[in-house]
Design a protein around this ligand. Structure first.
Ligand SMILES: *Cc1c(COP(=O)(O)O)cnc(C)c1O
Length: 814
């Protein structure tokens, strides 16, 4: 893309405020964090329900961004950049993409369906790219924002597009259709997911078919509803397992080893092909791909040879712990230019280490000449402050000179052979390679070897939950987020970094050392320490942490140190006891508290707080109200008599939900961020954050009458298939969860825990579950949920979450 601002604003129907109408635009961005933002970026300030990118514009101007699409020009920015002012920035982004799309005229495949879109897209890309310059949506960019961004990367060299469209409710598809303008349609499996947004299946199908309004052909499984609602001008190219009156009738399947062989009839002849999968979803997805190849008139031999090479698709960027303190970002299955940009943005958002290495294979299908492509890659590498590039492949090796600090290897095997001579220490490493380079071997070498149990943390879910609670806050109410106990067991520093990005106002920890490790990790947000011991006051001051002071003794001790160190206005937080009777000044010492603080300028009361004992339990509603009233009264008195105006705060998560009129100046969000609500009605609005996963170590058949585990507490009443999994009470799983009380989930099915849970292992019943050794096991997550476990064990989700041992590796992903 190379466009002048003066040619863009008419397209957007924007009013242009700015002087440099000749400014050149070559990239579009919506992500304020991206280091790829620069003088030629057009930044669309999107406005979400709780997030407004206009607030980043001032910062972006300081790093050199000069062109913005906005709904209003932010204060203080007026003369500093070009502003294209529109009513709705998302609509403008979509219009811009539709305009860009209209400049090109080549076949474009539009994909939708409930399941399988991304897999079919990736497979089609693999199957067709030897013969086309393919542009496709990166990852699962299929939303109202993702689709325009994908389409905006089309360039002159592409000659086939593959874009996926995902919708969750009515009226969305029409917008996506205008942007993608597919000429060929593919409808993948139309299951029952996303049904909430639609009245019924019929409505959902009608809505999805809108993507194909202008296509000449639609590839799909035979379906009466589709037949009924498809535009008459669109020809359906159908397949079926059961109905012979279709274009492609798949009449037989044979399973052998890990493969499936499918037989089909087409144009009166029979053919076959083999894929390395056996599950139903993969079969259907492969048939969708077969249909597209038949439509493009591929011969049988090509179809067979390419289908045999289909591979599992990993849609997420995974963060893993590496050797020598490294952090790995594993994106080892694709290497196109668009997804490289996304991966680099992700690398930046990790902010783990100063030092950054990218291990990169040859890049395919950019649509650019190699010279142009690797020039662009090197620009990306520079703007993202990558310290070292390790290039693997013949082509990237030839362009070694384009990179400042670059090692190259002809192929993965050569890298592996030289691995011992390379140094990887205290750095973040992005591993990004095309499928054929088999970078999983590199990931294996660099990954820290621990046992197979991991707690996966979904960072998007955290952002989502944060925004959910933000939306409940009145204007100007600040937000403190509690990250004590390693972020409720979910990972302290990583979550704090995300929260810093989201510009929360404060973090809260329990002890000074928790705050110190966050500060050492680079966190700059103010951090309140709930329970500072007197012995830690010096460290608190040294690391600019802010103590909560809850008694006179502590206050005097802190004042003494503050004076010794000649501090001025050092921020402290005053905790009042209004009924919890844990920590805090009681009413009878308020007078002395005020006297001690009067005229004292070594410290400054930054906030006054109290904590509620029963905010989650409406049975005690009156008690909560009395706490709120007492807090108001005591804090007002302190403010009046000292003549100060600190931040006042009282509400925790359940308080935010149940006492919306008592937010004062700030709230303290805890458990809700981690996806748990004490209120079942609210729970369904939150997203699950943590999934504790492990794998099956061994499977055996236990005959009737035999026992399992210590104390012989389980006796088989039927021939029982027993799986042993490597997680036990030392990992934080309560023993009370064993002996038939609890279960894990394997292949989507419940497997009851048999007998007593051991220190490092437990045994589960998989008699009715089809599974093999090495299969993945979910200990908690979507099912069972943490709340479900807590309820059965007569405890609270907080205890379940924070009990997970630190020996369980945390893996963060988006
Ligand atoms: C832990 C804590 C919170 C957060 O409580 P949640 O119930 O997890 O929201 C708030 N305030 C104080 C003082 C806390 O100790």
């Amino acid at each position: 893309m190379n466009l002048l601002i003066k040619n863009i604003f008419p397209v957007l129907g924007a009013q242009c405020v700015g002087s440099d109408l000749e400014a050149i635009i070559d990239t579009v961005s919506i992500d304020s964090r991206s280091l790829q933002n620069g003088p030629h970026t057009l930044f669309f300030a999107l406005v979400g329900p709780n997030n407004d990118a206009h607030s980043f514009i001032e910062d972006l101007i300081t790093i050199g961004v000069r062109n913005f699409v906005v709904t209003h020009v932010p204060e203080r920015c007026a003369d500093k950049a070009n502003f294209l002012v529109v009513e709705d920035t998302l609509v403008a982004l979509q219009r811009f993409a539709a305009y860009h799309r209209s400049l090109f005229d080549f076949p474009v495949i539009g994909l939708t369906g409930s399941n399988g879109k991304t897999i079919v897209k990736e497979w089609l890309n693999f199957l067709l790219s030897p013969d086309f310059n393919v542009i496709r949506s990166p990852k699962s960019y299929n939303s109202q924002v993702g689709v325009p961004l994908s389409v905006l990367s089309i360039n002159e060299k592409h000659n086939l597009g593959i874009f996926e469209a995902g919708i969750s409710t009515v009226a969305e598809m029409e917008k996506l259709e205008k942007i993608i303008r597919p000429s060929i349609g593919v409808l993948t499996n139309i299951g029952s997911s996303h049904d909430e947004g639609f009245d019924n299946l019929e409505e959902k199908i009608k809505e999805k078919l809108l993507l194909f309004k202008h296509t000449s052909v639609l590839i799909c499984q035979k379906n009466d509803l589709v037949d009924r609602y498809l535009e008459p001008r669109t020809k359906a190219f159908t397949w079926s397992f059961v109905n012979e009156a279709v274009d492609v009738f798949v009449f037989k399947k044979e399973l052998e080893n890990q493969d499936s062989k499918l037989y089909y009839k087409y144009n009166g002849n029979s053919y076959e092909f083999t894929i390395p999968f056996q599950d139903q979803a993969s079969l259907e997805n492969a048939i969708s791909c077969l249909m597209a190849m038949l439509y493009f008139e591929y011969d049988t031999a090509t179809i067979q040879s390419r289908m045999a090479l289909l591979f599992p698709v990993e849609m997420r960027l995974k963060v893993k712990d590496g050797i020598n303190n490294c952090t790995l970002i594993d994106d080892s299955y694709s290497s196109d230019f668009q997804s490289l940009k996304i991966a680099l943005d992700f690398l930046e958002s990790q902010k783990q280490y100063q030092k950054k290495t990218v291990i990169l294979s040859d890049i395919f299908q950019s649509g650019l000449s190699n010279e142009e492509l690797y020039t662009k890659v090197s620009q990306l590498v520079v703007s993202n402050h990558i310290n070292r590039v390790i290039g693997i492949g013949e082509t990237i090796s030839a362009f070694k000179d384009k990179f400042a600090n670059c090692l190259t290897f002809k192929n993965t095997a050569e890298f592996v052979a030289n691995f011992e001579n390379l140094d990887f220490t205290n750095e973040t490493i992005l591993i990004k390679g095309a499928r054929s380079f088999q970078f999983e071997e590199i990931v294996y070498l660099l990954e820290e070897k621990t046992h197979e149990t991991v707690l996966e943390i979904n960072m998007n879910a955290i952002s989502y939950n944060l925004n959910f609670f933000k939306s409940k806050l009145k204007a100007k109410v600040k937000l403190m987020v509690m990250v004590k106990a390693f972020g409720y067991g979910s990972g302290g520093l990583e979550i704090a970094k995300l929260l810093e990005h989201h510009k929360v106002d404060y973090l809260g920890v329990a002890f000074a050392d928790e705050g110190i490790s966050l500060k050492n990790g680079g966190i700059q947000l103010p951090i309140m320490v709930l329970n500072p011991e007197n012995t830690s006051f010096s460290a608190i001051i040294q690391h600019q942490l802010e103590p909560e002071i809850y008694c006179l003794k502590g206050l005097y001790a802190f004042l003494k140190i503050a004076k010794q160190k000649n501090l001025e206005h050092f921020p402290i937080h005053i905790k009042l006891d209004t009924g919890m009777h844990r920590l805090g000044f009681e009413e009878n010492v308020i007078e002395e508290l005020i006297a001690a603080l009067k005229g004292e300028d070594s410290v400054e009361v930054r906030s006054i707080l109290t904590h509620m004992a029963t905010s989650d339990d409406l049975k005690h509603h009156d008690f909560s109200v009395s706490q709120i009233e007492l807090f108001d009264k005591l804090s007002s008195r302190i403010m009046r008599e000292l003549g100060i105006n600190p931040i006042r705060h009282i509400l925790n998560t359940s308080g935010i939900s149940n006492f919306p009129n008592s937010q004062f100046d700030m709230v303290r969000l805890g458990i809700g961020l981690y996806g748990v609500s004490n209120d079942t009605a609210e729970q369904k609005y939150l997203e699950n954050v943590g999934t504790l996963k492990t794998v099956i170590s061994q499977i055996r058949l236990v005959p009737v009458g035999e026992s399992v585990g210590y104390g012989r507490r389980f006796i088989a009443q039927r021939p029982t298939t027993v799986a042993t999994i490597p997680i036990g009470y030392a990992d934080g799983i309560a023993r009370a969860w064993g002996n038939g009380v609890g279960f894990v989930t394997i292949k989507g099915k419940k497997a009851t825990i048999l007998g007593s849970i051991c220190m490092d292992m437990m045994m589960v019943d998989v008699t009715d579950v089809e599974c093999t050794e090495g299969d993945s096991v979910i200990v908690f997550g979507e099912s069972p949920t943490v709340s479900e476990i807590a309820q059965k064990l007569h405890t609270i989700p907080y205890e379940i979450l924070t009990s997970i041992s630190q020996r369980v590796k945390r893996v963060f992903y988006r």
